[in-house]
Design a protein around this ligand. Structure first.
Ligand code: FAD
Length: 500
């Protein structure tokens, strides 16, 4: 086992070889580092991130009001209590992650401003050869790793997704994507149109509504919103009783998970009842005569796309007070002064904000080869939503759609650490998921069933993702309570993992 560079200031020093390379220092990568230190303390590892600091999503996104849309009891790690309000700002999440790094001395394992470009697996050497580039100096960095743990998130950090609309160049004002929020954006007295109605639009609009002349949310189709106070009664009670934070964290997590399970069950079994509940809550928050069904009653089933939480219904307050309005229509083209809609209406705008989502990045845009052959991920089948058939010594983190991402990141970390331990016990240096003869005729389908979940960034890029089978372990499950037990008990010697 070779040593990694010991201090963060020695970032230019040769990394040499590590047992594990963690790609990304977002919430998943920092969690991976924590679990490696806890569960596999003898493994050498390095965490590389292209950005200049930790946090990933929470560092990249700087638009006004940026916050979580899940509660931090479950979006936080299971091992570090959350002490704040359920919905947290990006800054609060960054502080929490900073504490995890400090408390566990993780900093010495992280190299920032290192973008990984290539990863080449050699079966003869049982190694990944990694090529990275330092984004500050342009210097190329090469090293080897026994195992690659992809914590790269799911979208490109450099740029958001903006569709091409006709005549965009004709628009005389400014077009801004929330992922690249400019420091010098002047909004006072401006007519602002936000295209999109997902979590980003719903967060941004109340945060800037007072500042703008007027702000319009332009959506092609409505989104489901859940209105909740930004407090948790159970957490407040337990805190009042001076219950230790660790207990409060665990108890509140269990309660939230139980409640979420009930809502998910309802979304499948009685979707129309759930729809009525969600839409009626909103109806009560909007002025008499507001066309709630047109603007806030989606055609899809609740939970087919992520439910966006609105703490204290702040978006509806902005609408009630006349600072914000909603238009449900299609864009025909941009004009010098705004947007021409298919209905014939024109939306005047000085600033257009395209809250139109992400560009899915498959495996961090890294060029992978396996014994000289380029890896085409869509030719592979997922192994438990953690590994891929035919790809040795590589795990990746993809969180839940309906529950907090980090719940799954923690479970995957346990699985990867157990797998690394198992390899050591068997004297294996290579682990590869392989379809067994009895799996050969298994029906294969898309990685995520669009009937189950179909947000735009996924449906646009599903052809790039691995396939899934019709039975375990060749599926990506979306249920925390099922996976918690299943992954902990998963046999590592059932013939689906080839160990050599
Ligand atoms: C505004 C916003 C709010 C969200 N709110 C929630 C929420 O409330 N709950 C929830 O569950 N999910 C939420 N999400 C989804 C969120 O992205 C994830 O939950 C979580 O933050 C992902 O963490 P991560 O560490 O896996 O990935 P990221 O946060 O995306 O971090 C990945 C890191 O990997 C680095 N990286 C990628 N490729 C390379 C490479 N080739 N070389 C080097 N480094 C690389 C990136 O620079 C980045 O720092 C939200 C997303 C956004 C954009």
């Amino acid at each position: 086992m070779s040593q990694v560079t010991e201090t963060a200031t020695e970032v230019t020093a040769d990394i040499g070889h590590v047992d594990v390379l963690v790609v990304g220092a977002g919430i998943s990568g920092i969690g991976a580092a924590y679990h490696l230190l806890e569960q596999q303390p003898d493994k050498s590892f390095v965490v590389l991130d292209a950005l200049e600091t930790f946090g990933g999503t929470w560092w990249t996104h700087r638009y006004p009001g940026v916050r979580s849309d899940s509660d931090l009891f479950t979006f936080g790690y299971r091992f570090k209590p959350w002490r704040g309000t359920p919905i947290a700002t990006a800054q609060e999440i960054l502080s929490y992650l900073g504490e995890v790094i400090d408390e566990n001395d993780i900093d010495r394992h992280i190299r920032y401003q290192h973008r990984i470009l290539e990863a080449h697996w050699s079966t003869d050497d049982r190694l990944w050869s990694i090529v990275a580039i330092r984004t500050d100096t342009g210097e190329e960095v090469r090293f080897t790793a026994g195992f690659v743990w992809m914590c790269q998130g799911y979208y490109r950090h450099g740029e958001g997704y903006t569709p091409e609309w006709p005549a965009m160049v004709d628009f005389g004002g400014r077009i801004v994507h929330p992922q690249q929020w400019p420091d010098d954006l002047e909004l006072a007295e401006q007519k602002v149109v936000v295209i999109g109605s997902g979590a980003t639009a719903a967060t941004l609009i109340p945060a800037i509504a007072r500042e703008c002349g007027h702000i319009t949310m332009l959506q092609r189709s409505p989104t489901f919103f859940v209105v909740r106070p930004n407090s948790n009664e159970l957490a407040d009670t337990l805190r009042d009783l001076d219950i230790p934070d660790e207990w409060t964290h665990e108890i509140v997590r269990r309660k939230i998970l139980k409640d979420q399970e009930a809502i998910t069950k309802m979304s499948f079994e009685s979707p129309e009842l759930l729809r009525a509940f969600l839409v009626d809550t909103i109806r009560g928050l909007l002025p008499e005569g507001f066309d709630v069904d047109r603007h806030f009653n989606p055609t899809y089933r609740p939970w087919q796309q992520r439910l966006a939480v609105l703490p204290d219904g702040d978006l509806f307050e902005a609408i009630r007070e006349g600072q914000a309005s909603v238009v449900t229509d299609q864009i025909e083209r941009f004009t010098p002064t705004g947007i021409q809609l298919e209905s014939g209406d024109h939306l005047d705008a000085d600033v257009i904000i395209t809250a139109t989502g992400f560009d899915l990045a498959v495996l961090g845009d890294i060029a992978f080869t396996i014994d000289g052959e380029p890896l085409t991920l869509s030719d592979t089948v997922t192994y438990r939503g953690i590994m891929f058939t035919g790809v040795p010594n590589l795990a990746y983190v993809f969180g839940y759609f309906r529950a907090s991402w980090t719940l799954r990141a923690d479970l995957i970390a346990d699985f990867v650490c157990r797998l690394l331990g198992h390899m050591d016990e068997c004297g294996a240096t290579m682990v590869t998921p392989m379809l067994r003869p009895e799996d050969a005729d298994m029906a294969l389908g898309p990685w995520v069933d669009p009937e189950n979940f179909n947000p735009g960034y996924l449906t646009r890029s599903m052809h790039l993702m691995p396939q899934q089978g019709d039975c375990e372990p060749w599926q990506m499950l979306h249920d925390y309570t099922v996976e918690r037990d299943l992954l902990a008990a998963a046999a590592l010697d059932d013939g689906t993992l080839e160990l050599k």
